[in-house]
Design a protein around this ligand. Structure first.
Ligand code: ADE
Length: 248
């Protein structure tokens, strides 16, 4: 997977993505991150990339030309391929695990990060394929959302996690939250690890974990349950929990 980030703050995304699991995957050559400085594509003699909005109003708007020129130069470097351009904006579709899964199948992805009051609409019309948000709140720029999405997409790219199974058995897999995890010591501050996890009985442990996932999802994110794939037995278990909640 090759990421290309169009930004006015290339150091921010480079520094943010070169550590830990993502940094190691870049070193291994499974991922690459190219931060393109939009300012390098201005033809303005003072290096400006923004100007006042037509019609008046607060703030500055990023001009269309440097943004489009940065993208066209990138496509030329890619031998004429035109990868998807994801524009980071609170007006976009809210990013989630299933969008991440879909994007992880692409070979190249371009993240367009705006600043100030946004980018001239004509540039967006010309190059953007996807409008994406990380939630209903407003940040100062698209760099943090791009890093959030890159982190999430990357762990789904084969070879990035040491154990590819952990990308699958995760919160939101099957629309259920992950079960609770424990490690040594067996007793901490008087709190014991659930007995079943010490039993060595893998079938019972799997059943217990699945039930914990269902219970946790009901408590913390009941909205997810509508899309969860449950067996008849699991559905009955959930129904029992719901009746318990209603009665207690
Ligand atoms: N830019 C500013 N706020 C944003 C958000 N919530 N998601 C994506 N991009 C943004």
């Amino acid at each position: 997977m090759n990421y290309h980030i169009l930004t006015l703050f290339p150091d921010m995304v480079r520094d943010g993505l070169n550590t830990s699991i993502i940094g190691r995957a870049i070193e291994k050559g499974i991922l690459s991150v190219e931060a393109v400085n939009i300012r390098d594509y201005t033809k303005e003699k003072h290096g400006h990339v923004d100007d006042a909005p037509y019609g008046g109003g607060a703030g500055m708007v990023m001009q269309a030309a440097p943004v489009c020129d940065a993208y066209e130069a990138l496509c030329a470097r890619l031998g004429g391929r035109r990868p998807r351009v994801l524009y980071m904006t609170p007006q976009g579709q809210v990013f989630n695990q299933s969008i991440a899964r879909e994007l992880s199948k692409e070979e190249e992805l371009v993240f367009l990060c705006g600043h100030y009051e946004g980018i001239d609409e004509r540039a967006l019309e010309m190059i953007v394929t996807d409008y994406l948000s990380i939630g209903d709140y407003v940040l100062t720029g698209g760099e943090l959302p791009a890093m959030v999405m890159i982190d999430c997409i990357s762990r789904l790219v084969p070879g990035v996690l040491n154990n590819d199974l952990s990308a699958e058995i995760e919160s939101f897999h099957d629309n259920l939250l992950e079960y609770p995890q424990y490690t040594r010591p067996e007793i901490y501050e008087g709190r014991r690890v659930p007995e079943i996890l010490l039993s060595g009985h893998h079938k019972n442990i799997d059943l217990w974990r699945r039930q914990q996932s269902i219970e946790r999802t009901l408590k913390r994110r009941p909205d997810l349950l509508a899309g969860a794939r449950l067996t008849d037995k699991e559905r009955a278990y959930l129904q029992n929990l719901v009746s318990g909640e209603e009665n207690g």
